[in-house]
Ligand binder design. Structure first.
Ligand code: MN
Length: 199
């Protein structure tokens, strides 16, 4: 049985960029619902018990067909949000010189260009979904996915993810996804992203 992880900071810790009410609903209602629905989907499939959620969505073709879509959506929801909470922090951080900075510079031509491209990808994701910075066999890549799909299902390892479902920003930013994205950069936990890059 999966359980939602606790937030690593108080609900109001990311204010003013992400408001307390949004964090409460997002974590306690939305994330909890993905976990509940994932557990419901798996309850008659003891052969899948004991697997990590990441393992389930990394090999969707191995999931019995009758629950594959549920595992994809609800398992993805659980994995995506579990990452999302940890790559944000109230302690404002900057990416320091190091391997990740070097790789971003090499791939995108500079940190600011990377941020612009990532933001464009997040703004351009039509409907609900996520923008990602992923590790691939050949280096770093920006990508985006619909719904709760996770790049791990395509063999890529996310090290940064941005939730652009309206539930992530609508209370504070209404229809302005671009303003939410701009504010979100202030709460990215770069030391954590760097740890994921190196792991
Ligand atoms: Mn969400």
């Amino acid at each position: 049985m999966f359980t939602p992880p606790d937030l690593p900071y108080p609900y109001n810790a990311l204010e003013p960029h992400i408001d307390e009410e949004t964090m409460k609903i997002h974590h306690d209602k939305h994330h909890a619902a993905y976990v509940q629905n994932l557990n419901d989907a798996l309850k008659d499939f003891p052969e899948l018990a004991g697997k990590e959620a990441e393992e389930l969505i990394a090999s969707l073709e191995a999931i019995p067909e009758e629950i594959r879509t549920k595992v994809r959506n609800q398992g993805g929801g659980h994995v995506n949000h579990s990452l999302f909470w940890t790559i944000m922090s109230p302690a404002k951080s900057l990416l320091k010189a190091g391997d990740l900075m070097e790789s971003l510079n090499k791939t995108f031509g500079g940190f600011e260009t990377f941020q612009e491209k990532f933001s464009s990808s997040a703004i351009g994701r039509f409907g609900s979904g996520w923008a990602w910075l992923v590790k691939t066999d050949s280096g770093l890549e920006i990508t985006d996915t619909p719904n709760q799909d996770n790049p791990v299902s395509s063999g890529k390892t996310p090290i940064l993810g941005l939730d652009v479902w309206e539930h992530a920003y609508y209370l504070k930013y209404q229809n302005s996804r671009a303003d939410y994205i701009k504010a979100w950069w202030n709460v990215v936990d770069w030391p954590q992203v760097e740890r994921l890059f190196k792991s």
